[in-house]
Write a protein that binds this ligand. Structure first.
Ligand SMILES: [Zn+2]
Length: 56
């Protein structure tokens, strides 16, 4: 499957057997993406937001 990094537009390589919730990183810029598999088995990725919740 071919997805492109939102940061640098490099092609992301996501394994065909990736599982829902698996994290992949862009090999060019290192941006993290989470693999989402919907109930039809279609793979997609979404940017993994790093929550800045270090308070308290
Ligand atoms: Zn990238």
């Amino acid at each position: 499957m071919a997805m492109n990094c939102l940061e640098c537009n490099a092609q992301l390589s996501v394994p065909q057997d990736a599982i829902n919730g698996e994290v992949v990183s862009c090999k060019e810029c290192g941006a993290p993406y989470m693999v989402v598999v919907d109930n039809t088995g279609t793979l997609s990725v979404q940017p993994l937001e790093v929550e800045e919740d270090w308070g308290e």
